[in-house]
Design a protein around this ligand. Sequence first.
Ligand SMILES: Nc1ncnc2c1ncn2[C@@H]1O[C@H](COP(=O)(O)OP(=O)(O)OP(=O)(O)O)[C@@H](O)[C@H]1O
Ligand SMILES: O=C(O)C1=C[C@@H](O)[C@@H](O)[C@H](O)C1
Ligand SMILES: [Mg+2]
Length: 184
Amino acid sequence: MIMNSVRRAPVAVLIGPPGSGKSTIGSLLAERLGVPFRDTDTDVEGTAGKPIGDIFVEDGEAHFRELEAAAVRTALDDHDGILSVGGGAILNPATQALLATHTVIYLQVALDQAVKRVGLASARPLLVLNPRSQLRKLMEERRPLYEQLATLTFPTDDRDPEDLTTEIATALTTLHPESPENPE
Ligand SMILES: Nc1ncnc2c1ncn2[C@@H]1O[C@H](COP(=O)(O)OP(=O)(O)OP(=O)(O)O)[C@@H](O)[C@H]1O
Ligand SMILES: O=C(O)C1=C[C@@H](O)[C@@H](O)[C@H](O)C1
Ligand SMILES: [Mg+2]
């Protein structure tokens, strides 16, 4: 018997700047759709055996970006749920090319809200010194890439995470009505 291998691919890949809610909304969305959730930041930490902050300090950002590109490539091949990628993963040209063949959800956030949100969350090595100006700079640099790669875009400012998750789940069901996670 010859069996063709079935391609596994994420239901959707979440992109956006730090604090846009990729990890938070990604996890809620996966739960809502009954599929697994994966976050490449967590995969990179697993591979390196240490937190992202330590990778930046001990090995440098360039090494982190190599681990990140490999983690994204593996997850895109291997994961059939919701995938969140690190905020800067879209800077890598090979990753950009891979994402062009997937359903990509861009979570938008305004600078003010991103600053408040990252202030509440765990350490982010790129935002240790003057988080507001660092965030502004990276958001301005990356915005065109996020926009170019997005299949669907959702503003997240002043949105309740559960309500936003409902809106995204509905949009995904409309986009892919035949998917197994969307039974009639
Ligand atoms: N829609 C939202 N409204 C209010 N707070 C939110 C929303 N989405 C996320 N948050 C909060 O913002 C913080 C950052 O969210 P999260 O870690 O999900 O962002 P991220 O995009 O994964 O960031 P990073 O790129 O650094 O991994 C968390 O404390 C989270 O609870
Ligand atoms: O925006 C970025 O460049 C980053 C975002 C985080 O998700 C982590 O991937 C890391 O802190 C770098
Ligand atoms: Mg995250």
